[in-house]
Design a protein around this ligand. Structure first.
Ligand code: UN1
Length: 565
């Protein structure tokens, strides 16, 4: 359609022929299985992408290793300068690339652009980092000795890792090759977090994107590789291998890949984690989120209601950080719900073309997600929950005008779960043993609450005491994001303290989703404990060593050990 070709041609992606190479390792290629890119709002086929054949994947992994050997000896601030140029190239295409995210993933215009902005922001961060990834000098207990933490010795048994640094450098060294396996819901930003930090660290990165968002990965790789080539850097510093499960598994199992950064389901993450660990590789997992917002009676509802609305309906509920559980204090529950329902039923929430700047509600990304949505509603109703959003409760829209009638639209839904609903789940949370409250197992840890469903369904329950709500917050397997709304400092203290939220993101008067890049992003428990983006996340992308140097003419043993015959 002209709608699609306008978006694609702005990014110099040819629309005829509709078949595109989906592998880049310095050159574009692709002769493996063909993957279709489908617009989730209209059902239109946007392109067929030729993924990596096993031989192409093998070659790409080799090129990536070679690119690493080249790139690791470029001084970090010089690498930072290349990241700065990538930042500029992305910023120049921000709106065009954002439009492609909307077209292919289905998120609305402002969120598509915001996602590219997130890549731009992390580049800024990584440019700074390229001058700040310092090691430490540690005091030795032995005279004439000093300990440099960061300096790494290279195992001589690995030929491709045999390059020795000529000088003592008390800084962390590059790690090697990073494999990034990203998800459909953030087809640009999550790769950006990994690539920018990985490049600053001196690694080469190979990207296996979601099979259903190949165009986003091709467009990003074109922009990045253009900058690399201009700087005479091997393109495989930022390689791309599109494909399905086979390609992902091969990246996970390859000894050439020193670290795997995986974003996706807990189910697949469990397999990825085990496989990478079994070959002693490093792994960074960003798995399920099942994020709760807790509203205290003293909360400013004029801020809390829109934040919960954005958290639960934004991106049609398809962020890892989407608000999936809402715990309302009994005193404000009726008013809060009434105000939230008003937003859910607002005419502005009509399904629309994500490319249209007025649209607030885009489609689900895949046809399969429609079944997940239907099953979720059926399961909740079956368990006695009351669906209080608009419509007949079926969650589907009738009478959408073509071509949107072929889109994967569902009605964002609120499910009220009675507190007395007995749980059928056997889930045993740590919080439970600590908790004074019997009801944790009812409203907190039931099967209804314990699963991440990647659709816009918000489960709601009422509570009486903050402790009870915190126990519910913690009583699910996942631990990504959480949000407390209050003006009372004492509540804040509890929430962020040792008996507070056990999630990786613990917000106060800020919703569960939409984190900035400055803080480390990631979650605890079954979310996988990984941290990406800001904070100390970079420390995972380098090779740490402690290096004790003896500057003296004696060679004393530590701990005063005497081994003189
Ligand atoms: C994701 O959903 O995988 O905090 C990432 C947020 C975004 C990133 C979400 N900055 O919602």
């Amino acid at each position: 359609s002209s709608r699609a070709s306008a978006v694609l041609s702005a990014l110099e992606i040819p629309t005829t022929p509709i078949e595109l190479p989906g592998v880049y390792d310095g050159e574009w290629k692709g002769s493996g299985e063909v993957f279709q890119s489908v617009c989730p709002a209209t059902g239109e086929v946007l392109a067929n992408v030729n993924s990596a054949s096993p031989a192409e994947l093998h070659g790409a992994l080799e090129r990536t290793r070679e690119a690493y050997v080249y790139f690791r000896s470029i001084p970090a601030p010089k690498r930072g300068e290349i990241i700065r140029q990538i930042r500029e190239a992305l910023a120049a295409k921000r709106d065009d690339l954002g439009a492609l995210v909307s077209l292919e993933m289905g998120k609305i215009r402002t969120e598509g652009i915001g996602e590219v902005q997130e890549f731009v922001d992390i580049c800024d961060y990584a440019v700074g980092l390229s001058r700040m990834m310092n090691g430490r000098v540690v005091n030795s207990e032995r005279p004439g000795h000093t300990i440099l933490e960061g300096k790494s010795r290279v195992p001589p048994t690995m030929p491709h890792r045999s390059h020795q640094s000529p000088t003592i450098c008390p800084v962390p060294n590059p790690l090697g090759v990073l494999g990034v396996l990203s998800a459909f819901n953030f087809p640009v930003a999550v790769y950006g977090w990994n690539l920018a930090i990985s490049m600053a660290a001196g690694n080469a990165t190979i990207w296996k994107p979601s099979p259903s968002t190949p165009l986003c990965s091709i467009a990003v790789t074109k922009i990045v590789s253009g900058v690399l080539e201009k700087n005479g850097v091997p393109g495989a510093v930022a390689g791309l291998v599109t494909g399905g499960k086979d390609v992902g598994e091969a990246v996970v199992q390859s000894q050439e890949v020193d670290m795997v950064s995986f974003t996706g389901s807990e189910k697949v993450g469990r397999i990825v984690g085990k496989n990478v660990q079994s070959r002693f590789g490093k792994v960074l997992l960003e798995l399920g989120g099942n994020n709760a917002a807790i509203i205290m009676p003293d909360a400013d509802l004029s801020l809390a209601v829109p934040a919960v609305f954005f958290g639960s309906v934004g991106t049609a509920g398809q962020r890892c950080t989407s608000t999936r559980r809402l715990y309302l204090h009994r005193a404000i529950a009726p008013e809060f719900l009434a105000r939230l329902q008003t937003l859910y039923t607002s005419p502005a929430l009509q399904p629309g073309d994500p490319l249209d700047a007025r649209t607030l509600l885009g489609p689900l990304h895949s046809r399969a997600a429609l079944d997940i949505f239907d099953d979720a509603i059926a399961e909740l109703k079956g368990a006695g929950a009351q669906i209080v959003s608009a419509g007949d409760g079926s969650g589907r829209y009738e009478d959408l005008t073509p071509p949107l009638d072929r889109g994967n639209f569902v009605r964002p839904s609120i499910a009220l779960i009675p507190k007395q609903l007995k749980s059928k789940a056997k889930f045993n949370s740590k919080a439970k043993s600590e908790s004074e409250s019997e009801s944790v197992s009812d409203a907190g840890a039931g099967a209804l609450w314990a699963t991440e469903r990647f659709v816009p369904v918000l489960c709601v329950a009422e509570f009486d005491e903050l402790e009870e709500a915190i126990a519910w917050n913690n009583a699910v397997p996942q631990g990504l994001s959480s949000s407390l709304w209050t003006r009372d400092l004492r509540h804040v203290g509890k929430w962020i303290g040792p008996a507070g939220s056990d999630a990786g993101i613990v917000n106060v008067n800020v919703g569960t989703s939409g984190a900035e890049i400055g803080a480390a992003f990631g979650g605890n428990k079954s979310t996988g404990w990984g941290r990406e983006s800001g904070g100390d996340a970079w420390k995972q992308y380098v090779r740490w060593s402690a290096c004790t140097i003896n500057f003296s003419d004696e060679a004393p043993l530590a701990q005063g050990v005497n081994f003189t015959p």
